[in-house]
Write a new protein. Sequence first.
Length: 130
Amino acid sequence: MNLLINIDVPDLEPAIGFYSNAFGLKLNRMLDDDVAELTGASSTIYLLKKDEGSTCSKYSTATRHYERHWTPIHFDVVVDDIWQATERAVSAGATIEAECSEWRESKCITFSDPFGHGFCLIEFGRDSYS
């Protein structure tokens, strides 16, 4: 199985900049004017340009909005140094949403990207699920 991650964004250029600067991802190719393929993680990430207010599917009346929102899915980024990764993410435009929490010798900080999507940075300790 090959997991691909798709992230809706209102504009590709700033999204490519954020994900490249925050996580060290590289723009691999543009599939068309509305899809950017980023590599450098364990899964390929596709940024999909979707206009604010557009419907999410033909079966739903829900529309996209890019202020901070809650969804049942977010992504985690496993890092070697959570403080260095936090500095990099914030410098790229992320917002810290929760202070560092610790469990089983691991650390986690919750963020949102500039487009309203939640993510966590996790530094695993020796007794973790990594």
